[in-house]
Design a protein around this ligand. Structure first.
Ligand SMILES: Cc1cc2nc3c(=O)[nH]c(=O)nc-3n(C[C@H](O)[C@H](O)[C@H](O)COP(=O)(O)O)c2cc1C
Length: 227
């Protein structure tokens, strides 16, 4: 009799397109089948997705490298990743003083500014995207200050995937290659770093000149490939 009753309840639930999913604290929780499917899909996406941190270094908001960063972000979000972009120039990041306070304070820096929070985010990320305008054949000072400050916890970086985005007025490989080496120097110091992609936005000077440039599509597709 008991079995028939249970079977009938299940049959009824099935007909109502509902199933039991959890028994939480002794309470039966019912969910619509479709909800379960969405729930499971979202959970799966969350497990499969990567944490992507974009560090946009230009002081020009919506400047060329920043626009490329946004396109990369569009693609990475569309691919189901968890993406965050930080405009480095708008954050308070002091220069490393080489005091090595961090060595005796478990990676805490003597300078109290935004860098501790950014470092946490860098360490939590699977993927780090660094974008910079070319300034005299190198990355800009804002991004370099950030890189130098990572000395506080650089040994904790493990197996990060790196993407680099650069923009320059000159239409020259040389100017880009030099700048790329600045990024690479950082990654070379970190255990297990993997370079996954590079974008050159060449021949763009004024803010927004990158918009019709093929690098915009490249950035989007590169973001989309993050899986
Ligand atoms: C301080 C400074 C230095 C620069 N040095 C170079 C350079 O060496 N080579 C170059 O091609 N462009 C150089 N540029 C131009 C920028 O790289 C170019 O305008 C780029 O598109 C800016 O990117 P953004 O809009 O993301 O800031 C320089 C610009 C500034 C402000």
């Amino acid at each position: 009799m008991k079995r028939v009753l249970i079977f009938s309840v299940f049959l009824l639930l099935f007909v109502l397109n509902t199933v039991i999913v959890v028994i939480k604290n002794g309470i039966l929780v019912f969910r619509q089948k479709n909800n379960i499917r969405t729930f499971a899909k979202n959970k799966l996406i969350k497990i499969m997705s990567k944490k992507v941190l974009i560090l946009s270094g230009s002081p020009r908001r919506a400047g060329n490298s920043d626009l490329l960063s946004d396109r990369f972000m569009d693609g990475a979000v569309e691919a189901g990743n968890q993406v965050e972009k930080i405009n480095v120039a708008s954050r308070k990041i002091g220069y490393c003083r080489a005091c090595y306070y961090c060595k005796n304070h478990a990676g805490a820096c003597a300078i109290k500014d935004d860098m501790a929070e950014i470092l946490d985010k860098m360490l939590a990320a699977d993927v780090i995207v660094m974008a910079s305008p070319v300034y005299f054949y190198a990355i800009d000072a804002q991004l370099k200050a950030l890189i130098d400050r990572s000395v506080a916890r650089w040994l904790e970086f493990k197996n990060k995937e790196f993407y680099y985005i650069m923009t320059a007025a000159e239409d020259s490989e040389d100017v880009m290659d030099c700048t790329l080496e600045c990024f690479r120097g950082f990654a070379k110091c970190l255990e297990g770093s993997v370079e996954k992609g590079v974008i050159y936005g060449k021949g763009v000077y004024e803010k927004g000149e990158i918009l019709p440039h093929p690098a915009m599509q490249e950035a989007y597709e590169m973001g989309l490939s993050v899986k």
